[in-house]
Design a protein around this ligand. Sequence first.
Ligand code: CA
Ligand code: CA
Length: 325
Amino acid sequence: MKRSYKLVKRFGLALLSCALLSSATAVYAEETAPGVKGMSEEEFTPAKEVLTVKYVDVKKPYHMDVDSLKGSFQDATGITVPLQMQDKAFPNGGGSIQGAEVKAIHDGITIYFQITWNDPTRNAQAIAIQEYRDAVALMFPLGAVEITPAEHFSPRMGDREKPVNLWHWKSDWEADLLVKGELEDVEERYPNMHDDFNTNPYSPYYHRDLITSIAVLSGGRAADNLISRPGRGRTVEDLNAEGFGTLTTQEHQDVNGCSKFEDGAWTVIIYRSLITQDPHDVQFVPGGKTFFNMAVWNGAEQDRNGQKNISTQWHPAVLEKVAWQ
Ligand code: CA
Ligand code: CA
């Protein structure tokens, strides 16, 4: 019985969050009318520095974690991506994270991105209303595109008819994987909270229809919303967008990742098969070229949604060919 009531607590919060997000999206749409971006030509010019996605014969560990994988990155050359506050679309803000280092490797099957950045606070829980997570997202244009000052492609969430694929690693999703049921519950945040259902023996009887109905208790879970779903089995959300306010989760989730927070710095490794069957995914070809951009959220600074630390340019990336032995 207690377990059923947990759904009320946990997913009640999820419902509230969805409601808040919906209202935020409505405002977002108003603020992003055509021409509001006011972006400079500089932002349509990709960065000069190219990220080499090094071919490495990765010895895939049984358990994918940063300590097991980081050795594979030792000969890869990283690039430093400067970050700044998001200043074009409401809700804007951020600016506490100045930059991140990105390295990338592939083994002919899987591509791995390692992102490291300084952050004095580990924020890996977003259960309470006032809590926000640390997170990082990579963004890629869909399809083979040329991005030049003459061929505009917004580095900020893409453009209409120029969609992007986003990989959003979330620290609290990783924390979820470590607890029973793979979803941290409200008791984790409020261990001494009062619970009417435990102290009133009549309540479970009179409310049995309510407390056993997932559809009534949790719209998010009934709708199979990834945020509400226990046992996601992954730490990264696979999404698409084509401009501000269009971010949409995908039917086919194909990306995963792992992280380590140590000495005031996050190291996050995000990985995916080079090729997937999903037409909404970016595809990678050894010897080929792509672009990426990124954003970092610092939960301690209340970063969430558009309040984040961003790079204002696309960054070219070239995959080394597979070196057959
Ligand atoms: Ca933080
Ligand atoms: Ca996908």
